[in-house]
Design a binder for this molecule. Structure first.
Ligand SMILES: Cc1ncc(COP(=O)(O)O)c(C=O)c1O
Length: 381
């Protein structure tokens, strides 16, 4: 029996759709969509919007994300994207000429481009950890960190192959050489627990539209207390001390909020989208990330066993929620479109097919996926 029973009724996923692409974009909970409709309608009646509303919903959602990851609301900024969060982190990390910045091969471009820009600005050197033969990213990453390392950028789960990285081990190594650690946990937060206190990253960023079951264009940036005096990307007004008093805004106080709120994006008080993010995170807290991981782990294990009969294998050391398989004869060219035509939705990344379920999936979905893949493989040979 799965730990959390199928939650399809909480979503709007029709019976005829087998959606296995949470790693690309999750569907919304019905409650989150309703919260978004309510939020959007606030703008239809702006006379009901008071100054306090520019703060209360942001604070509620900020606190929910903080609770989910084990931080405090003071440590969380509201950002539009991972690239924004990464740019903020890169603006504030200390790198000397000749030092190295370490990333993983095929990591998500929002991280890689940010690292490349920092390397160019500081005359540093980019070290890209090659994909290890046996898939043990943790050891390969540890081996690339040395006394010359200024910064390590890593995910908790590699977005292509689904491999988990032991972030506690990586963090210990970073601390031992004085390197900063910046994490992109977009492919894990909400579906995989992380002991934030044990890892103690300098910055952690997550987009909300995947495993946080939230809207597109909202993300969260955790900033360790030791960096909360840093410079934001923008010269916003709502990030200033005393911004709550709208009558005094033109007195221009340069002082920024004394915590991670100073890194908030402009217009972060998004009446339509923040309630969506909040409703989704509240549900995730209710389920518990460990329970979600265990339940999705059972679902992907069942799938993996069936796909293995066709010679399709996932990566050793993969995250419970993240199955990414290789085909023995290479990916059939048309497989993504072919499955989509049968209303089975997956995505291709690199030489792999990502199968990333959530609690709306059930056994009928899994059977359908296996059947369609079997047919595609049979036609390939
Ligand atoms: C690991 C990871 N990070 C970040 C993103 C999204 O980045 P951004 O918010 O900059 O568009 C994705 C989207 O696929 C992702 O897989």
């Amino acid at each position: 029996m799965p730990l959390i029973p199928c939650q399809r009724a909480l979503f709007d996923v029709p019976r005829g759709v087998a959606y296995f692409d949470c790693a690309k974009m999750s569907p919304l909970l019905q409650a989150a969509a309703a919260a978004g409709r309510g939020g959007l309608m606030r703008k239809a009646h702006p006379w009901e919007i008071k100054a306090a509303h520019f703060f209360d919903e942001s604070e509620r959602v900020r606190a929910l994300f903080a609770q989910l990851i084990g931080a405090t609301a003071d440590d969380v900024a509201i950002v539009p994207s991972v690239s924004y969060g990464m740019a903020t982190a890169m603006r504030n990390v200390r790198v000397a000429a000749g030092q190295t910045i370490v990333t993983l091969a095929e990591d998500f471009p929002s991280t890689v481009y940010a690292c490349r820009a920092l390397v160019a600005r500081e005359e540093a050197r980019l070290v890209t950890v090659a994909r290890p033969e046996e898939g043990d990213w943790t050891q390969a990453l540890l081996d690339s960190i040395d006394g010359g390392t200024a910064l390590v950028c890593a995910p908790h789960v590699h977005w292509v192959c689904g491999t988990m990285i032991d972030l506690e081990a990586v963090a210990r190594r970073c601390r031992s050489v004085g390197a900063a650690l910046v994490l992109d946990t977009t492919q894990s937060t909400g579906a995989l627990p992380l002991d934030l206190a044990a890892v103690d990253p300098d910055y952690l960023v997550a987009a909300s539209y995947k495993w946080l079951l939230g809207p597109y264009s909202v993300g969260f940036l955790y900033v360790a207390p030791r960096h909360q005096q840093g410079r934001p990307l923008e010269e916003g007004w709502i990030t200033r001390a005393g911004a709550e008093d709208f009558r005094r805004l033109a007195r221009y106080d340069d002082a920024l909020q004394p915590n991670a709120r100073r890194f908030d994006m402009g217009e972060r008080s998004n009446f339509a989208l923040l309630p969506v993010a909040g409703a989704a995170i509240a549900q995730l807290i209710d389920w518990g990330a460990a329970n979600v991981a265990e339940t999705l782990g059972q679902a992907t294990a069942a799938l993996e066993a069936k796909l293995a009969e066709m010679g399709l294998h996932g990566q050793p050391g993969r995250a419970p929620h993240y199955l990414s398989v290789r085909f023995p004869g290479g990916l059939p060219d048309d497989i993504e479109d072919r499955l989509a035509a049968a209303q089975v939705h997956v995505s291709l990344r690199g030489d792999r097919m990502r199968i990333t379920p959530h609690l709306y999936n059930d056994e009928a979905d899994r059977d359908r996926l296996v059947r369609e893949v079997r047919e595609a493989v049979a036609q390939q040979v």
